[in-house]
Design a protein around this ligand. Structure first.
Ligand code: FES
Length: 206
């Protein structure tokens, strides 16, 4: 009889010790985190906004160093922070997306309105498949679940903007516009979520 192997044999990275972590949060980020912490009963409860701050501070993704920094600042284990960051698809712990993350909804309404044809066009135009980034680091393409804008199908999300219904001509115009855009819509999205959270916190304390 074969026994099921329960011990972990993969190459999951070990949690760095706090003394080994190089803390990179800017002064602004530390101020924001401290402000947020005053509105939660304990540090653990601020995990999600802390990860957004980290995602902005680490250029739109959450490498092991970013997770370790959040773990140190919230006094939680690395594994706990990693578990949260890998559960929610809006956090990017595995790889850095391009400057512009193009998310294509392929759920039912978008599917019947041509989402896969649109995705094929995007893949061909950018030369990437799902989850890949263009060689110039500009665009990452992701397939996502319903974006809750089914009346505008087929829908794309780029940063904090929704676009729909989208045609091939719209894709051409969007790509041209993004190529001419300064900065990263992925980082901008993370910052806007942090600012929204801070604003809500101010309102609830005011
Ligand atoms: S199915 Fe695409 S937004 Fe709902």
């Amino acid at each position: 009889m074969d026994f099921i192997q329960l011990t972990h044999t993969g190459s999951r990275p070990k949690a760095p010790k706090p003394s080994e972590v190089s803390l990179r949060f800017s002064e602004k980020a530390i101020e924001e985190l401290n402000a947020l912490l005053t509105h939660y009963p304990d540090k653990k409860s601020a995990m999600l906004p802390s990860l957004w701050i980290a995602q902005r501070e680490y250029s739109g993704w959450l490498p092991a160093e970013a997770l370790a920094e959040v773990a140190v600042r919230l006094e939680r284990s690395y594994a706990e922070v990693e578990g949260v960051a890998t559960f929610y698809t809006m956090y990017h712990p595995h790889h850095q997306p391009g400057k512009h993350l193009i998310e294509v909804c392929t759920c039912l309404s978008c599917h019947v309105c041509g989402a896969y044809r649109l995705a094929d066009y995007l893949k061909e135009k950018l030369g990437v498949d799902w989850g890949e980034t263009t060689t110039d680091g500009m665009f990452t393409l992701e397939e996502v679940e319903c974006l809750d804008a089914c009346d505008r199908a087929p829908v794309l999300q780029i940063g904090d903007e929704y676009f729909g219904p989208v045609t091939r001509q719209d894709v051409d115009a969007l790509i041209d516009r993004l190529r001419a855009t300064e900065g990263s819509t992925a980082v901008k999205l993370a910052d806007e979520i942090v600012q929204t959270q801070l604003h809500k916190s101010e309102q609830s304390s005011g």
